[in-house]
Design a protein around this ligand. Structure first.
Ligand code: NAD
Length: 480
């Protein structure tokens, strides 16, 4: 059985304890590889290597850093098929999605920051008193990057690429639930000629490896994407150590459907924005708010289209919905469906685990589920479920739609469907979210700020925001 290894000081190594965890294939529920059960000792070794590499890497010219990151992006593209198959097997997502979205976007992240760093400039401020200020933007040192399981390589690279481009060295931890693509990436980094110690990948559990990274006094900057509860724990540790912190956390995103939308385009996209990646994207719209005049029409069309989604083997090209990432997560999602029923929700379609044992798949599949009849304050409409479950609610006025949208503790993203440009702008302005998509969803320009407000996070990733996060500005004032 394949053994995943840590990537420390330029080499693939076993965990110091020689202990391993089981890694499951979600579609079969079988263990198919082993992952290092690393601990503080491995993190210490990774930090030591990163510290040693930092002086040279931070002084390496931008051109050279850029070329190496660009080469990594090319290698990801050259190995697209292998990476997509690995991501699909490890996560349960359809291979078609990994091929079209996850892996190309991971390559894009490296390519984007390889070139962005070449355009990252500092400001200068002239004074009438006869002085000039200029701002140095210096690499910070060893950055800690911790990422989740839902878009494994995509989100891992979204952190690592800007941290490295800015001249930091990195100690990174992918989710222990989906470690494979990060392991394959470490091999590509070696092939691309990334100097040893510049990137270190330590596999293992959150409360061991993740906590050791967060607590390490030689890691002054942490970029984390994951659940809100974990983010709160990390903040509690990092704040008194005065670490620089970026937190990308959970969401409970509304989709606002007005009666003046382009109906067919909306319907197509909303099926996708509700259930892509089995609803396991932090940006998926899980609360559908529909103008009451088109509620019944939308309901029947939406449910009909959702029923067409094929739940099946992630390896098959015609599969729309693969497996959920783990047994525990599937059980959590199913328990939320039971809560919705107890709260008075009516399940319009889905609601159950899908049995694919006849295809030799004993894994964790759930039917795409649509629920109506719930009020906005109930648990189902307030708590993040992070699975193939959406609720539908009618609204009568724009104000009502905005109030419902803003009524949770989260504030990550919304999508708004209307052909009325004034309404679109007025609604976008009043939504308390970090991201608003109008007449689209998940259309990503990597230059734009990415992140949430309220309990969806602190700080922004993307473009120069990310490069600013991974550098420390220093003002130099010269009197002449
Ligand atoms: P999680 O918080 O359980 O784990 C995320 C990462 O943190 C994993 O690598 C995990 O091992 C690590 N971790 C766990 N405990 C830790 C600790 N005490 N200290 C340090 N690290 C620790 O989240 P998850 O279940 O992997 O991912 C799902 C969550 O991520 C959802 O809430 C989703 O909304 C969120 N998410 C947010 C975004 C965003 O951009 N805002 C993107 C994707 C996912």
């Amino acid at each position: 059985m394949e053994k995943i290894q840590n990537y420390i000081d330029g080499a693939l190594v076993n965990p110091i304890s020689n202990q391993y965890l089981d890694n499951y294939e979600p579609s079969t529920a079988e263990v198919y590889s082993h992952i290092p059960d690393s601990d503080k000792k491995d993190v210490d070794a990774a930090v030591k290597a990163a510290k040693q590499a930092f002086p040279a890497w931070s002084k390496t010219t931008k051109d050279k850093r850029s070329a190496i990151l660009y080469r990594i992006s090319e290698l990801i593209e050259e190995n697209l098929e292998e990476l997509a198959a690995a991501e699909s097997k490890d996560n349960g997502k359809p291979v078609s999605l990994a091929t079209k979205v996850d892996i190309p976007r991971a390559a894009h992240n490296f390519r984007f920051f390889a070139t962005a760093i070449l355009h990252f400039a500092s400001e200068s401020h002239q004074m009438e008193e006869g002085a000039i200020n200029y701002t140095l933007k210096q690499a910070i040192g060893v950055a800690g990057c911790i990422s989740p399981w839902n878009l494994p390589l995509y989100l891992f690279s979204w952190k690592i690429a800007p941290a490295l481009a800015a001249g930091n060295c990195v100690v990174a931890k992918p989710s222990e639930i989906t470690p494979m693509s990060a392991f394959l990436l470490s091999k590509l980094c070696i092939e691309a000629g990334l100097p040893k110690g510049v990137l270190n990948i330590v596999h293992g559990l959150g409360h061991k490896v993740g906590a050791a990274i967060t607590e390490h006094d030689e890691i002054p900057v942490i970029s984390f994407t994951g659940g809100t509860a974990t983010g709160a724990q990390i903040a509690k540790t990092a704040a008194p150590m005065f670490k620089k912190l970026s937190l990308e956390l959970g969401g409970k995103n509304p989709t606002l459907i007005f009666d003046d939308c382009n109906y067919d385009k909306m319907l197509r996209t909303v099926v996708h924005s509700s259930f892509a990646n089995q609803g396991q994207i932090c940006l998926c719209g899980s609360r559908l708010l529909i103008h009451s005049s088109i509620y019944e029409r939308f309901k029947s069309d939406f449910v009909r289209e959702v029923k067409k989604l094929k739940v099946g083997n992630p390896k098959n090209a015609d599969t729309n919905q693969g497996a959920l990432v783990s047994k525990a997560h599937m059980e959590k999602v199913l328990s939320h469906i039971e809560i919705a029923k107890e709260e008075g929700g009516k399940v319009l379609c889905g609601g159950y685990q899908v049995d694919l044992a006849h295809e030799g798949l004993n894994g964790w599949f759930i039917e795409p589920t649509v629920i109506e009849g719930l009020n906005m304050d109930c648990r189902t409409n307030q708590e993040e479920i992070f699975g193939p479950v959406v609720t539908m609610m009618p609204f009568d006025t724009d104000e009502e739609a905005i109030t419902y949208s803003n009524s949770t503790k989260y504030g990550l993203a919304a999508s708004v469907w209307t052909e009325n440009i004034s309404r679109a702008n007025q609604v976008a302005e009043q939504l308390h979210m970090g991201i608003v998509w109008t007449n689209c969803w998940l259309l990503r320009d990597l230059r734009t700020p990415f992140g949430g407000v309220k309990q969806s996070g602190v700080g922004r990733e993307g473009g120069f925001e990310a490069l600013r996060f991974f550098t420390e500005p220093k003002n130099v004032c010269i009197k002449y």
